[in-house]
Design a protein around this ligand. Structure first.
Ligand code: 1HE
Length: 265
C-alpha cells in the first residue's frame, strides 16, 4: 500500500492510495466511529475529492466497530428545522458516496448500526467480517432514520425486515446479513480488508464508463417505468460502447487476447 501521500480530509477520515484504489478510513474509534457533523462532512468531502488516479474505493472503519451511527451527543435540544438540515447534510454526503466518480466497496466489522448501516447502504458492494452485526436502534432512541436509510435500505432488504429491526430492536449477525442480501461477501475476522481490496482492484480494471453506468444508470433505471428505463438503457449503452477503450476490449476478445468467462470456483 502506498501511504506516502495520504490526503487528509480533517481529523476523522483518512484517504490513502493502494495503486488505483482509494482506501477511505473512518477513524473516530474512541467514539466507535459515531458520526458527528464534522465526520459526515469529512466523509462527503473525501469521496467528492478522491485523488484523480482513483478508479475504485474501499470504505472501512478503524477500531473495533465499523460505525455506531449518529453521534447521539449532538442531538441535544435540536429543533425540527435544525434536524431537517442535519439530515440533509447526511444526504448530500452519502450522495457523494453512492453517486460519486468511482464504485465503493464497504468493509464491515463489529457494529454497523443506525447511521452506520445507512452509510454502508450508500456503498455499492459490502464485505462483512464475521464479527459484524447490524441494527437499527432508532426505535429505542426515540428517533428515526435520517441518513437515507428509508430510501436505500428497502432497495437492499425487505421493508418487513427493516420494520422488524426498527420496531423490536432485532439485530442481525454477519451470516444473517449475507442470507438476506445486506452484504454480498462474508469473511473471517481480519480478512475483510484484503477481500475488499481484491474486489476493488478487479473493479478498477473495468472500463471507467462501464463502472459509471453501473453505479449511476442501473439504480436509476431500476426506479423508472419499463418504458423510461429501456430508453435510458439504450442511451447509456450507446455512450458506454462508444469509448475507445470499449472498442479495444471487444477487439481483444475477438482476437483471442481477452479472458473468457469462467464458472465460479
Ligand atoms: C457514542 C455512540 C454514539 C458509542 N453516539 N457516542 N447509535 C446507537 O444507538 C448505538 C450506540 N452505541 C452502542 O450501542 C455501543 O457503543 C456499540 C455497540 C456501538 C459499541 O459498544 P462498546 O462497548 O464497544 O463501546 P461503548 O463503551 O458503548 O462506547 C465507547 C464510547 O463511544 C463511549 O463514550 P465514552 O466517552 O464513555 O468513552 C460511548 O458513549 C461512545 N459512543 N456510540 C455518541 N452513537 C442520521 S440519523 C441516524 C440515527 C442513528 O444512527 S440512531 C443509532 C445511534
Amino acid at each position: 500500500m502506498n501511504t506516502d501521500r495520504p490526503e487528509s480530509t480533517g481529523g476523522t477520515v483518512r484517504v490513502e492510495m493502494d495503486g488505483d484504489v482509494a482506501i477511505v478510513t473512518l477513524d473516530r474509534r474512541a467514539k466507535r466511529n459515531a458520526i458527528n457533523e464534522q465526520t459526515v462532512s469529512a466523509l462527503g468531502q473525501a469521496f467528492a475529492t478522491l485523488p484523480a488516479t482513483a478508479r475504485a474505493a474501499v470504505l472501512t472503519g478503524a477500531g473495533e466497530h465499523f460505525c455506531a451511527g449518529l453521534d447521539l451527543s449532538e442531538l441535544g435540544e435540536t429543533s425540527a428545522a435544525e434536524a431537517l438540515f442535519h439530515s440533509r447534510l447526511w444526504h448530500r454526503a452519502f450522495e457523494d458516496i453512492q453517486f460519486g466518480r468511482v464504485p465503493v466497496v464497504a468493509v464491515l466489522h463489529g457494529a454497523v448500526v443506525g447511521g452506520g448501516l445507512e452509510l454502508a447502504a450508500a456503498t455499492h458492494i459490502r464485505v462483512a467480517e464475521q464479527s459484524t452485526f447490524f441494527g437499527l436502534p432508532e426505535g429505542q432512541r426515540g428517533i428515526f432514520l435520517g441518513g437515507g436509510g428509508t430510501a436505500r435500505l428497502p432497495r437492499i432488504i425487505s421493508v418487513s425486515l427493516i420494520t422488524d429491526m426498527m420496531l423490536t430492536g432485532r439485530t442481525l449477525d454477519a451470516t444473517e446479513g449475507l442470507r438476506v442480501g445486506l452484504v454480498q461477501y462474508l469473511m473471517p475476522d481480519g480478512q475483510g480488508l484484503a477481500k475488499g481490496l481484491e474486489l476493488a482492484h478487479i473493479i478498477a480494471r473495468n472500463a471507467p464508463m462501464t463502472n459509471y453506468a453501473v453505479t449511476h444508470a442501473l439504480p436509476r433505471i431500476a426506479d423508472m417505468s419499463i418504458e423510461q428505463g429501456l430508453l435510458l438503457e439504450a442511451m447509456t449503452s450507446s455512450i458506454v460502447q462508444d469509448a475507445p477503450e470499449a472498442k479495444a476490449r471487444m477487439q481483444a476478445f475477438l482476437a483471442g487476447r481477452a479472458a473468457k468467462v469462467r464458472p465460479p470456483e
